[in-house]
Structure formats: C-alpha cells, structure tokens
Design a protein around this ligand. Structure first.
Ligand SMILES: [Zn+2]
Length: 410
C-alpha cells in the first residue's frame, strides 16, 4: 500500500503542475507571444499491485489507415500513451484496405497505365465478402510505428498483429498477436493463416464473438478452429460501444482461454472516451512482473488478465477478489458493542470505482474516495462480520456479479 501512496502523491503533483500550465506565463518571442506551452499529456490510470504483480494496460485490437481505420500507426502509438496504456497491438485487417482506394485513385494518373491497382477493395459497405487476403506489407507499417515510438521516446510497447477476417457470421474474426511476419499469415485458407500465426508463436484471440451472429454457439468452422487449438483467448468485451458477451467468460474458464477487453477502434479514441472523463477506453489489465514482451506473453498465456470497459471489470472470480482487496483499504474505525456493529472505512486507492450491493442497498465507492459502512454480528456464531458485498460492476462466470469479502487491513 505504501508504494501506492507514493504513486498517488506523484500523480497529485502532476495534476497541480498541469494546473500551473493552464495559467502559464506568456513567452514573448521575436514575432509572437506564446500563451501556452504544451508538453504531451497522459491520463494516468492508477491500479494496485496484485499478488506481487504490476498491472499493465493493453489494447490488443486497433486499426489504422492501412486497413479500415482513420488514424495513422504513429498517431495510434501517441494516442495509446495519452490514454494511459502501456501496450498497444496494431491489428490491421489482412483482407481490407479502405483507404488504398482513395490513395491509389489520387496516384492513378501518374501510374504507367493510368489506373489504380487491381487489389483495391472498398470499405465494409461494399460487395466483397473478405474471403481472401490482400497482400500488403503490414510489417512495414508496424516497423515504422515501432521506430517512431523509439525515436520519439514514447514508452508504449507496440505489438505486431493482424486481424484475420473471413465471413463474420460463419467463421468469425481472429487477432494474431506477437507475430514475426504478418505477410506470411496472409493465406487464402483461414486455418492455414491461423496455423502460420501459431508457427510464429502468436497469441490468437477470437474477436467480438457475438458480432453479426444470431447465436454464441460455435459454428462448424469455429468448432474446427477451437479443436485445432488455434485460439488462446476471447475478446469477452469488444467494440467502441463496448459489448460484453457474458457466456464467453464461461467459455474462457471452461476451455482455459484468456479474457480480453479491447476497443477495436477505427477512429481516434477521443471520440468515444473523452479525455478527463470518468470512463477510460476499454482495455485489458495484464498482471505481470514487468512490461517486456516475454513477461506480457507469459501473463496472457497463464490467463492473468481482467477486462475493463466502461468502469466494469470482467474476469475470473479469484482475480477480481484479489484486485478488489489490493485496491481497497479496509479499516475498523469503531466497535460499538452496544449496537453490536463495527464501523468500517473503505478507501478506494485506484482509478476504477466499485459498485457494492448489500441486500437492496447499493453503495458506489468512487476512485480516491472513502465510504463508511457498518456490519453487525453473525447470528450463528456471534462474531463480528467482515464487509462482504456483491460487486455489481464486476462480472464473472455464470453471468454473475461476484460476492466478495473485503479483508480488514492490519
Ligand atoms: Zn477489428
């Protein structure tokens, strides 16, 4: 907890110096007066250490102008830092290039034949069915983004990834992460694509599994993909208007797959998650010792994740309980033997709120605030109870909110 207070103190200092920036003294130059100096601003999302692990924040599903996104890879890297992330995966589609159409049209008069190239396809509204990959050097766009992060000294890990998209209703979409060669993954047969990703040591996630589907049951093709062990995790929450697929929490637990929450953002994140707002962009919390590719991959494969979206937390009950207890300090502030209750002060030291329910009463414990609650005696053994709530902004197996005990801090 001590370390957490230090982080808090630093972030308070950062806030006050940001406020000082707002009343910045104008600097008179040779030709103009600069009213405001702007460093880069980052939203800090303060999370606890859980069982000796740090929590890193990753979004493993974003698009750039190299498929159907509206943002350059460089801007994705900067934006990730602004939004408080530690890790971002660039996951442009293998099968879709919305912007080449316009770029190549602009270049066409200068081509030898005066025509755009034949592999151009339009956006999602066109008549193509995205059944085959378009060969394009997505490795080059990834490498450029990584080089940019390095040159600009932006401390965000950029993951080499791609989204494989073939017939959403039947086959679904899959992100392959930590690839070594994206172009090699581009194969007409999806199983071959996924096998190539596997060969490269990729982590493969099944994206937004309910999108454009009437059922959450696996299609025949999906049965085959899962049976061939070509899936490591599921995007249990996906999309910019984040959609939770509760049944997928059960599938993750049953089939030992990792829970992910990603944005799948195509536009700038500011459109969906205004900076300084109460909701951060959707992200996956990863419990790891350090933010290296090896440690993050290890954490993902060992399923040490919690999904975050719109101030909801999605995960296995064990990790949700550990997270809550690491974030919330619980002190006994009074013992009233006459009234037979103990009064507790619960203090939330993290950036995520908790919505507690006891019977019909709901309490919201906001970030960096405290609440006082009383708990009486256990009728059977006469001992004082420890705070215990259903946590309504947490979701776990069985489409349920976990009922968690908050241990008293010594
Ligand atoms: Zn996508």
């Amino acid at each position: 907890m001590k370390k957490l207070f230090l982080i808090l103190a630093v972030s308070v200092f950062a806030v006050s110096s940001a406020m000082a920036q707002a009343v910045h003294k104008p600097v008179v130059g040779k030709t103009g007066i600069r009213l405001y100096n702007h460093p880069s601003y980052r939203t800090e999302i303060i999370l606890p250490q859980v069982k000796g692990y740090n929590i890193y924040k990753g979004d493993f599903h974003v698009h750039t102008i190299y498929s159907d996104g509206e943002v350059t890879p460089r801007e994705r890297v900067r934006e990730a830092w602004y939004d408080g992330l530690d890790i971002i995966a660039l996951t442009d589609h293998l099968e879709l290039r919305s912007y080449e159409k316009f770029m190549l049209k602009a270049h066409a008069p200068y081509n030898k034949d005066g025509k755009p190239y034949q592999y151009i396809r339009g956006g999602a509204g066109n008549k193509t069915d995205h059944t085959t990959p378009i060969y394009c050097d997505l490795d080059a766009t990834y490498e450029e983004a990584v080089q940019y992060a390095k040159n600009e000294e932006i401390p965000v890990m950029v993951v080499r990834g791609t989204e494989i998209w073939r017939n959403p209703a039947v086959i679904g979409e899959y992100n392959a992460l930590f690839l070594t060669d994206i172009t090699d993954v581009a194969k007409p047969d999806i199983i071959e694509s996924l096998k190539e990703a596997r060969k490269q040591g990729a982590i493969i996630i099944h994206n937004h599994p309910g999108w454009r589907r009437k059922t959450m049951d696996k299609s025949e093709m999906q049965e085959k993909i899962y049976a061939e062990k070509l899936v490591d995790g599921i995007e249990v929450i996906g999309g910019t208007g984040p959609t939770l697929y509760p049944k997928m929490i059960d599938r993750c637990v049953d089939e030992k797959l990792t829970i992910f929450s990603n944005t799948d953002t195509h536009r700038t994140s500011a459109q969906y998650y205004p900076r300084g707002g109460e909701i951060f962009r959707s992200m996956t919390f990863i419990l790891a010792k350090e933010c290296t590719e090896k440690a993050i991959k290890d954490a993902l494969l060992k399923r040490r994740t919690i999904g975050y979206a719109a101030n909801h937390l999605i995960g296995e009950e064990m990790w949700l309980g550990e997270f809550l207890n690491a974030a919330v300090e619980c002190k006994v502030v009074a013992v009233n033997d006459k009234k037979e209750h103990r009064a507790f002060q619960l203090t939330n030291h993290c950036s995520v709120p908790f919505v507690f329910r006891r019977g019909k009463t709901t309490y919201t414990l906001n970030p960096f605030h405290s609440i006082r609650v009383n708990f009486g005696k256990n009728k059977e053994n006469g001992k004082y109870n420890t705070p215990k709530f259903a946590v309504e902004n947490m979701w776990t197996v069985g489409d349920k909110h976990p009922v968690l005990t908050i241990e008293i801090d010594k």
